[in-house]
Ligand binder design. Structure first.
Ligand SMILES: CC(C)(COP(=O)(O)OP(=O)(O)OC[C@H]1O[C@@H](n2cnc3c(N)ncnc32)[C@H](O)[C@@H]1OP(=O)(O)O)[C@@H](O)C(=O)NCCC(=O)NCCS
Length: 217
């Protein structure tokens, strides 16, 4: 059984893959690599070059704001979430400026602010999910999503929110299969050249007592 307070312990298992709450100590760089591989296009303009970006993400991870999928002890997937002010990826303005310097840091801060999403009351925001490309399509993303929903229920949240970009219809289809519905779409044509997408859709999934086991409704 998982302890929702400290987030330790195996939570969900399918075959040899174990999904657990929290990011284990020592795998920060691997988690940062997975995040960077999945979201480098989106985060690149803010955190490039890649080496600095991965190092920045690894150094500022909040271990209690992630769910990890492990195969033989190796991290093959991760989902990050925001509860209150705290998210998986940390690092405030001071850290960005210390890493990149004032001249390069300030425009980065402006870009990162675009992605900052503060949850409403009784809401958990899932702000990133990534599975190692070699292990995609085997249900690991689904296990991570179920654990995120179960975690939201354990924290008394009434819904989970996420954003999906217009160039990722397969991820959107996955979310719909897990009970998420699109609520609104924000057009972002000004980001197309820089980040490759031109619209962001916000999706919600209600969390009920029945969802405590992570079952899709
Ligand atoms: C989205 C993602 C986490 C799904 O993980 P997964 O372990 O492959 O998920 P599952 O095996 O449980 O489900 C597979 C479904 O995921 C979706 N999917 C999205 N992108 C996919 C990809 N590149 N490869 C395989 N499946 C993908 C599809 O809907 C797929 O179903 P399909 O085979 O009918 O198309 C994973 O593909 C990934 O890391 N993608 C890159 C990062 C990303 O896009 N994150 C979401 C940002 S909103």
């Amino acid at each position: 059984m998982t302890d929702p307070e400290n987030g330790n312990g195996p939570a969900r298992q399918s075959g040899p893959v174990v999904v657990r709450r929290g990011i284990p100590e020592g795998v920060e760089v691997r988690v940062a690599e997975l995040y960077w591989d999945a979201f480098g296009r989106k985060l690149g303009p803010a955190l490039d070059p890649p080496d600095s970006a991965r190092e920045f993400i690894a150094r500022h991870l909040h271990h209690d704001r992630g769910v990890t999928a492990l195969l033989d002890g190796e991290v093959v997937g991760v989902a990050g979430y925001r509860l209150g002010e705290r998210a998986l990826t940390g690092g405030g303005a001071r850290d960005v400026l210390a890493t990149y310097g004032a001249v390069r840091g300030l425009p980065r801060l402006a870009l990162l602010a675009l992605f900052s999403r503060t949850p409403a009351a009784h809401e958990l925001v899932m702000d990133g999910i990534a599975v190692n490309p070699a292990h995609r399509g085997h249900g690991i993303g689904s296990l991570l999503l179920k654990e995120i929903v179960a975690l939201a229920a354990d924290h008394g949240c009434r819904r989970v929110r996420l954003d999906v970009i217009d160039i990722n219809p397969r991820a959107r289809a996955l979310y719909e299969r897990h009970g998420f519905s699109a609520a609104r779409t924000e057009r972002t044509p000004y980001l197309r050249g820089l980040m490759g997408f031109s619209a962001v859709t916000t999706m919600y999934r209600p969390v009920t007592a029945a969802a405590e086991n992570g079952e899709p409704r």
